[in-house]
Write a new protein. Structure first.
Length: 327
C-alpha cells in the first residue's frame, strides 16, 4: 500500500508568529450545532484522539441547560470520561453561575464565556440582552477567578449578524475591552456566521488592540461560509495574532443563521500554518485520521478540504499502484 505524506511544502514568510495556538472547538462548538446527537463514548474518544494528535487547547463541552442544547446534555459524563494529558487544557463553556457550578462539580478547571456584539444574537442564543450577557460573563469571570480558574471570553457576531447585518465595530471592541477588564485571559472575536473579509478583519483587530488588549490575548474564531476563513487567518497572522479557533473536520454551523457553514476545519488551518513553517504541535496525519474516523462513526462524508484531498490522493495512488502491480 502506498501512503501519501500529508504535509505541505514549507516556505516561511517573514514577520509571522513562529508558533500558533490552535484552540480546538470541535467537541463543543462543532457538535452542539450538528443535527445528530453523538453518544458520549464517541465524544470522549474524539477528545482522546485530539489530545493524541497533539491538541493541548481543547474545548470539551458546554454546561448549558440541556433544554437549550440537547446535543451537550451529557457534559458531565464527557468530562468524566476524558483523560487530560499533563499540561493540556480542558475547557468548558458556561452560560452563567449555575453552569460554572456544574462545571466545577464535574472537575472542570478552565471555562469560557460568551457575550454578543448584537442585541438579536443575545436574545436568540443567550436568552438575554447584550448588557445582560456581559453582566453574566463578568459574574462568571469573578467567581471563576475566586476559585483560580482561568476564563476565555468570546464576542459572538463580531463581524456580522444574520438579523442586523453589519455590526458596529465599537460594539465589538467595547465588549472585548469589558471582558479583558473583568479578567478574561483570552478574548476570541467570533465570526459566528462566517462573513469576515480580510479588510474588516484588519480593521476589527486594529480597533480591538487600540483598546489596550495585548495581541497575545487576542484570538479569532472563524467560520468558512464564504471560503475566506484562511484568508482572514493570514491577515491576522500578519498583525501578530497567534491564536485561532478551529473544529476538527469543520464541524458545526450556526443554527441561527441559515446557510452558515461550519467552523474553520482544524486540518485546513494546520495545513496552512505548517506550510508557513509555523509550529502548532499538531500531527496533521493524526488529525485527518480523526476526521475520517468521526465521519465513519456519524455516517457523514469528511467535510474538510484537506481530509478530502488526502483521501482522494490516497485512493488515486492506491489505484495507480494496483495497476502497476503485476497480476
Ligand atoms: Mg463557531
Amino acid at each position: 500500500m502506498t501512503t501519501i505524506s500529508p504535509s505541505p511544502r514549507v516556505q516561511p514568510e517573514p514577520g509571522l508568529p513562529s508558533r500558533v495556538t490552535v484552540y480546538e472547538v470541535g467537541p463543543r462548538d462543532g457538535l452542539q450545532a450538528e443535527a445528530d446527537i453523538i453518544p458520549s463514548p464517541i465524544k470522549a474518544e474524539l477528545c482522546a484522539r485530539l489530545y493524541a494528535a497533539g491538541s493541548r487547547h481543547l474545548e470539551l463541552t458546554s454546561f448549558v441547560p440541556p433544554s437549550w442544547i440537547p446535543q451537550l446534555a451529557d457534559a458531565a459524563d464527557v468530562v468524566a470520561a476524558v483523560e487530560v494529558p499533563q499540561g493540556a487544557r480542558a475547557v468548558a463553556l458556561v452560560p452563567n453561575l449555575r453552569g460554572l457550578r456544574r462545571a466545577i462539580d464535574a472537575g472542570v478547571r478552565e471555562v469560557a464565556v460568551v457575550v454578543s456584539a448584537t442585541e438579536s444574537f443575545a436574545q436568540a442564543n443567550l436568552n438575554t440582552t447584550m448588557a445582560g450577557a456581559l453582566d453574566r460573563a463578568v459574574e462568571v469571570i469573578a467567581a471563576a477567578g475566586a476559585e483560580g480558574l482561568p476564563v476565555r471570553g468570546y464576542v459572538s457576531m463580531a463581524f456580522g449578524d444574520p438579523w442586523e447585518g453589519e455590526v458596529d465595530t465599537a460594539a465589538v471592541t467595547t465588549a472585548a475591552a469589558a471582558l479583558h477588564a473583568a479578567g478574561a485571559g483570552t478574548i476570541a472575536l467570533g465570526d459566528t456566521i462566517g462573513v469576515a473579509t480580510p479588510g474588516l478583519t484588519t480593521r476589527l483587530i486594529s480597533e480591538t488592540l487600540a483598546t489596550g488588549i495585548p495581541v497575545q490575548r487576542l484570538a479569532l474564531h472563524l467560520h468558512d461560509t464564504y471560503a475566506l476563513a484562511l484568508a482572514n487567518v493570514h491577515t491576522a497572522l500578519r498583525l501578530g495574532v497567534a491564536e485561532f479557533d478551529s473544529a476538527i473536520g469543520g464541524l458545526g454551523r450556526c443554527p441561527y443563521a441559515k446557510g452558515a457553514t461550519g467552523n474553520l476545519a482544524t486540518e485546513d488551518l494546520v495545513w496552512m500554518l505548517h506550510g508557513l513553517g509555523i509550529e502548532t504541535g499538531l500531527d496533521l496525519a493524526a488529525l485527518v485520521t480523526t476526521t475520517r474516523w468521526l465521519s465513519r462513526a456519524r455516517g457523514v462524508p469528511a467535510p474538510s478540504r484537506v481530509a478530502r484531498a488526502l483521501a482522494a490522493a490516497a485512493a488515486d495512488t492506491s489505484r495507480i499502484t494496483q495497476e502497476a502491480e503485476p497480476a
